[in-house]
Design a protein. Structure first.
Length: 307
């Protein structure tokens, strides 16, 4: 199969962990073991989030007051190189016969996207409410609740076009395991003269992965996260997992905007556009997910009506 596997931020840094290189490497090693299980015999494109990492780089950049803070598109490109290097190294150790390559992937967005006026994408570490208020006052950053804590939020425009699609296709044709569109890709837009330039934003990784999977003609989109499936009434006594389901059944259900909602929207968009299957679930169960035995399996024939 041709697979696009989107690694959630938990595969790189678990909630509550220090933003250390050692923690990141340990998590990537665990993720690589699971990816290596399904790599043989399949064409594979691996995408990943970068919210904690790009937020950390923004903090480090802002700490050096002698120069202007680096823009988010440049910081995003830096995280792509860092995370891609670690993924390449660990996957190459596990799959010595497979070539692994990371591509810096530019993603075109609309400069008039209303998301630029309403930041929603959380990046960086979590803060208490008092800390977030202090940081917002000092740096002029937008802050918003993230669970019981607070994080910086930045614009997250919708991805429109994958500018590096052909190199990804060329590498897949040669059997290369490709790491691409890290952090949702590097956001760029055309100016009035048609010149492409970076923009101050972070694209949603799941939305970009869905677009990339559609453009590549993937057989399945796998969105790997830290829960075993999509849940209704998550965290309540009535909590229950969703197994096999059609996109239409999920359309009327409201999921948390900062966590499960973008994953469900991205998966459903892929299924509606291609008629193929998308899966949301734990990376630890990736083999069973691909067999249709674990996770939330979204397909046109899902056949489940949700109450």
């Amino acid at each position: 199969m041709k697979l696009v596997i989107a690694l959630g931020g938990n595969a790189l840094l678990r909630r509550g962990q220090d933003l250390s290189a050692a923690n990141q490497l340990a998590n990537i090693r665990r993720a690589a073991v699971q990816i290596a299980l399904v790599a043989p015999g399949n064409e594979l494109v691996l995408t990943h989030g970068n919210g904690p990492q790009v937020g950390l780089l923004a903090l480090q950049s802002a700490a050096y007051a002698a120069v202007q803070t680096y823009p988010l598109d440049v910081l995003g490109a830096q995280t792509d190189g860092m995370i891609g290097y670690l993924l390449e190294q660990e996957l190459s150790n596990l799959l010595p016969e497979r070539v692994v390559a990371t591509l810096m992937t530019r993603i075109a967005v609309d400069p008039a996207d209303p998301a630029f006026a309403a930041p929603t994408k959380p990046i960086g570490p979590v803060y208490t409410q008092r800390e977030s208020e202090r940081i917002a006052a000092e740096r002029g950053w937008s802050m918003a609740p993230d669970g019981k804590a607070f994080r910086r939020v930045v614009p997250s425009p919708a991805p429109q076009r994958v500018l590096g699609l052909r190199p990804i296709e060329w590498l897949l044709a040669k059997g290369v395991l490709v790491v691409a569109a890290g952090g949702g890709g590097i956001p760029v837009a055309a100016d009035a003269q048609g010149h492409i330039q970076g923009v101050e934003a972070v694209i949603d990784k799941d939305a970009c992965s869905s677009l990339l999977a559609r453009d590549l003609g993937a057989d399945c989109l796998v969105i790997a996260t830290d829960v075993e499936a999509v849940y209704l009434d998550f965290g309540l006594p009535t909590q229950r997992a969703v197994g096999h389901v059609a996109p239409e059944a999920l359309a009327s259900v409201r999921f948390p905007a900062g966590s499960m909602a973008p994953k469900v929207e991205a998966a459903c968009a892929f299924v509606r556009a291609t008629g193929r299957r998308a899966v949301i679930g734990s990376l630890d169960h990736i083999e069973a997910m691909l067999r249709g035995e674990a996770g939330t399996q979204i397909s046109p024939a899902g056949g489940v009506t949700l109450a």
